[in-house]
Design a binder for this molecule. Structure first.
Ligand SMILES: N[C@@H](CCC(=O)N[C@@H](CS)C(=O)NCC(=O)O)C(=O)O
Length: 219
């Protein structure tokens, strides 16, 4: 099995965590994302594999899957232990709702291609891009913080076992830290992320531990 991914991509990190929680071995295929028009996710050979021109992409024999919600669902069905979704319907939809909110409403807004378009088409400078990034992370984290102030939250986002929700939350916090977002207003988020990072599945798959890691350059 191959995971086409990039060390600093939060979407890639979600899948690395899920694979590590499941104990599934895979080949790490780096796809370097950059501001370069020849950035690797845009190249025809990669676009032939993933027309979305994004990472991550999971390849399991003849099966190719893009979109982390689909990838993590696939992994959870193929390797059911430990489950990444609770067995009960209400719990399953709560976990899905947290993951989907981060996937759909937070992470895409400060995404590379969105920020490059803001820069190139609308003249956003570094300061404006930074304000854009922190605004959407703050809007998103305010909602997540409130969602997590529920009796269903335990040591982790849902109960005392990591679920798909934690696979989404921890990478989003890595992005927030890179964007220098102050996490003080989000004590539930900060506590859960600290608990997750005590587990090797989360701490061993961070960007800095990946084979393609290199220091960040601003765009
Ligand atoms: N909704 C997608 C998001 C994937 C995504 O945003 N990937 C980013 C890296 S974190 C990417 O490939 N960006 C390339 C670009 O912006 O050109 C998923 O869940 O897989």
């Amino acid at each position: 099995m191959k995971l086409y991914n990039f060390h600093r991509s939060s979407a890639s990190y979600r899948v690395r965590i899920a694979l590590a929680l499941k104990g599934v071995e895979y080949e790490y295929v780096p796809i370097k994302l950059s501001v370069d028009p020849q950035s690797e996710q845009l190249r025809p050979d990669y676009a032939a594999l993933n027309p979305q021109r994004m990472v991550p992409l999971l390849e399991d024999g003849p099966v190719r899957i893009s979109q982390t919600l689909a990838i993590i669902d696939y992994l959870d069905r193929r390797w059911p232990e430990p489950p990444l979704y609770p067995a009960d319907d209400a719990g399953r939809s709560r976990v899905m709702s947290i993951a989907a909110y981060i996937a759909s409403e937070i992470q895409p807004l400060p995404c590379l291609r969105v920020e490059l378009h803001l820069r190139d088409a609308f003249g956003f400078d570094r300061q404006k891009l930074s304000a854009w990034r922190t605004h959407w992370i703050d809007v998103g984290f305010s909602a997540v913080e409130q969602m997590l102030s529920s009796p269903d939250t335990g040591r982790f986002c849902h109960g005392d076992q990591p679920t798909a929700a934690d696979c989404y939350l921890v990478p989003q916090v890595s992005n927030a830290r890179r964007a220098r977002v102050d996490l003080t207003p989000y004590p539930n988020i900060a506590r859960i992320v600290a608990a997750c990072l005590e587990l090797p599945a989360f701490s061993g798959t961070v960007a800095e531990a990946m084979p393609d890691h290199e220091p960040m350059t601003a765009h």
